[in-house]
Write a protein that binds this ligand. Structure first.
Ligand code: GLA
Length: 503
C-alpha cells in the first residue's frame, strides 16, 4: 500500500514535471466571429534554462532570439527581419497544466494581449516553404486607370467589420448621394473577406460575412459601379487572412469569375519568404495572372513604398502603388504623408499613379479645413481618391469636400502631371500642377496652427507674368488676379486652391 502511494506520487510529479516543459507546438485560436479562426503558433524547444523556436502570429513569423526565466515561466524575445527593419515582440509564457499562458505585446507601447495556447500536432502552422520566383519581364499595360482611380475602400472606417450588407448599403449610397456622379466608381472591399481555408481544389473561399461574392459583384454592377477586392502575395494578409501565395492564377480566375474590377495586393505575409528586392517578381506573378484572367482588373500595389516601387510598378502592370505606410485620421499623419510626396512627382502619369493612401475625410479626426487640405493635396498629387468614411450618412460639409467638382477635375486632369512644391516659406507651401490646355492648378497651403496672410509673387512661382484668369476652387468663383502675385488669407492647416490660365 505504502509502495503504491509512493508510485502514484512520483507518477504525478513526473507528469507535472513533463507538462511544465515548454517544448512542443502550441496554438491559440481566436474566434474572428466570421467563421474563421486567427491562429498564433508557438513552436518551442526548451533546453534547461534556454528556449528556442518560432512564433507565427498571423503574418509575422518570429524567431525566438532571447529567453530568460525558468523553470516553467519564461520571457521570450522574438525577432523578425522585415525588409530593412528588425521587428521585435516580447512574449511571457508559463506552462499551467496542459495550457501555455501567453502575454504579449507587439512593441513597447502596444497593449498587452493575454492568450491561452493548447498543444497542436507537430508541424501544424509551419511557415510555407519558399516558391521560387519567375525571371523578370515586362507585363503589358492593361489599359486601365488613365486617370487616378476614384471610389471607396472599406478599411479606414470598417476594418474587420466590413460585410456584404455594408458593401451593398455603401453602393446604394454612392449611387444616390452624388458620389457616383462626382466620379467615385470603385467600391473596394479591403482585408477580412476571406474564408479560413481553401476548398478541395484550392480555390479561395469567402467567410460568413460574404456569403456570395458573385451576387455582391452583380449588385454593385447593377448600380453602375465597379467592385474591388484585396489579397496578398504572401500566405497571409495583414489581418492574418488567407493570401494568394502559390495560387495567383487560380485567384485571378476566381476574381474574374466573380466580376471583380480592382485588386489591392498587399505585401504583408510575403515578407517572411521574400526579400524586398524580390518584390518585383512577386508582383509580376499576379500582374501576369490578372492579364491571363480575361477581365480588366485595376492592379493596386500595396507594399508601403519600399524598394523604390515607383521605378518598377508599371512593368508589372501596376496601375497604382502605395508610396508610404498606413495613413491615420490625424493632421500629423495626413500632412506628413502628403507633403512628403514631392520627390515622386515624375513617376506618376496616365495608367500609373503614386498612391499616398486612402482618404480619411469624414472620419472625425480632423476639422473641415484640414480635410479640405487633405482633398486639395491629394488632387494636386494626382492621387487615387478612395473615400474611407461611412458614406451612408455623410454630413453636408464632408460631402461638399468629397464631391467638389472643381477640385476633382484637377485630380482627374487627363495630362496626369503630379504637382511639385514650387515655393516654401515657414509653414507656407505653394504647389503647382500643369493641366491640359496650358492652365495650372496652384495650391497655397498653411501648415501652421494659426491663420496666415500669404503673399507670394507670380515670379516666385515660376511664372513670368500674372495669369489672366483665376478661379478659386473652394469658393467656386472667379477671383481677381493681383498683378504682382497671390495674396490672401489661408486658414490654419488650410488651403486655397486656384485654377489659373492665360487664355
Ligand atoms: C495594410 C494596408 C492597409 C490595409 C490593411 C488591411 O496595413 O496598408 O491599407 O489594407 O493592411 O489589413
Amino acid at each position: 500500500m505504502k509502495h503504491s502511494i509512493l508510485v502514484l506520487v512520483s507518477f504525478a510529479l513526473s507528469v507535472r514535471a513533463s507538462a511544465a516543459s515548454l517544448t512542443g507546438n502550441w496554438v491559440v485560436a481566436q474566434d474572428m466571429h466570421d467563421g474563421t479562426l486567427r491562429r498564433t503558433y508557438l513552436d518551442l524547444k526548451q533546453d534547461g534554462p534556454q528556449v528556442t523556436g518560432h512564433i507565427r502570429a498571423t503574418q509575422f513569423y518570429y524567431t525566438v532570439s532571447e529567453s530568460s526565466g525558468g523553470p516553467d515561466a519564461f520571457t521570450l524575445t522574438a525577432t523578425m527581419q522585415d525588409g530593412k527593419t528588425e521587428r521585435k515582440a516580447t512574449y511571457e509564457v508559463k506552462v499551467e497544466g496542459d495550457e501555455l499562458h501567453v502575454m504579449t505585446r507587439r512593441n513597447a507601447g502596444a497593449p498587452v494581449t493575454a492568450m491561452v495556447a493548447h498543444r497542436a500536432p507537430d508541424g501544424e502552422g509551419a511557415y510555407p516553404k519558399r516558391i521560387d520566383l519567375p525571371a523578370l519581364h515586362k507585363v503589358p499595360y492593361n489599359g486601365l486607370a488613365k486617370t487616378p482611380p476614384m471610389g471607396w475602400n472599406s478599411w479606414n472606417k470598417f476594418a474587420g467589420t466590413v460585410d456584404d450588407a455594408a458593401v451593398r448599403s455603401i453602393a446604394d449610397a454612392v449611387a444616390t448621394n452624388g458620389m457616383k456622379e462626382a466620379g467615385y466608381i470603385y467600391i473596394n472591399i479591403d482585408d477580412t473577406w476571406q474564408g479560413d481555408s481553401r476548398d478541395a481544389q484550392g480555390n479561395i473561399t469567402t467567410n460568413r460575412k460574404f456569403p456570395d461574392m458573385k451576387s455582391l459583384a452583380d449588385y454593385v454592377h447593377g448600380k453602375g459601379l465597379k467592385i474591388g477586392i484585396y489579397s496578398s502575395p504572401g500566405p497571409n494578409t495583414c489581418a492574418g487572412y488567407e493570401g494568394s501565395y502559390g495560387h495567383e492564377e487560380q485567384d485571378a480566375r476566381t476574381y474574374a469569375a466573380w466580376g471583380i474590377d480592382y485588386l489591392k495586393y498587399d505585401w504583408c505575409g510575403a515578407r517572411n519568404i521574400y526579400r524586398d528586392d524580390e518584390m518585383q517578381a512577386a508582383y509580376q506573378k499576379m500582374g501576369d495572372a490578372l492579364a491571363k484572367s480575361g477581365r480588366a482588373i485595376v492592379y493596386s500595389l500595396c507594399q508601403y513604398g519600399r524598394n523604390d516601387v515607383w521605378k518598377w510598378a508599371p512593368d508589372v502592370s501596376g496601375n497604382l502603388w502605395r508610396t508610404t505606410g498606413d495613413i491615420r485620421d490625424t493632421w500629423d499623419s495626413m500632412a506628413k504623408i502628403g507633403f512628403d510626396q514631392d520627390p515622386l512627382a515624375s513617376w506618376a502619369g496616365p495608367g500609373h499613379w503614386n498612391d499616398p493612401d486612402m482618404l480619411e475625410i469624414g472620419n472625425g479626426g480632423m476639422n473641415d479645413a484640414e480635410y479640405r487640405t487633405h482633398m486639395s493635396l491629394w488632387a494636386m498629387l494626382a492621387a487615387p481618391l478612395l473615400a474611407g468614411n461611412d458614406l451612408r450618412n455623410v454630413p453636408k460639409p464632408t460631402m461638399d469636400i468629397l464631391t467638389n467638382r472643381d477640385v476633382i477635375a484637377i485630380d482627374q486632369d487627363p495630362l496626369g502631371r503630379q504637382a511639385r512644391r514650387i515655393w516654401q516659406e515657414g509653414e507656407t507651401e505653394v504647389w503647382i500642377r500643369d493641366l491640359t490646355g496650358g492652365a495650372q492648378a496652384v495650391a497655397v497651403f498653411n501648415k501652421g496652427a494659426r491663420d496666415a496672410n500669404v503673399t507670394v509673387g507670380w515670379k516666385d512661382l515660376g511664372m513670368n507674368k500674372a495669369p489672366k484668369n483665376a478661379r478659386d476652387l473652394w469658393l467656386h468663383r472667379d477671383v481677381p488676379v493681383v498683378k504682382e502675385g497671390f495674396t490672401g488669407n489661408v486658414p490654419a492647416h488650410g488651403a486655397v486652391m486656384l485654377r489659373v490660365s492665360s487664355r
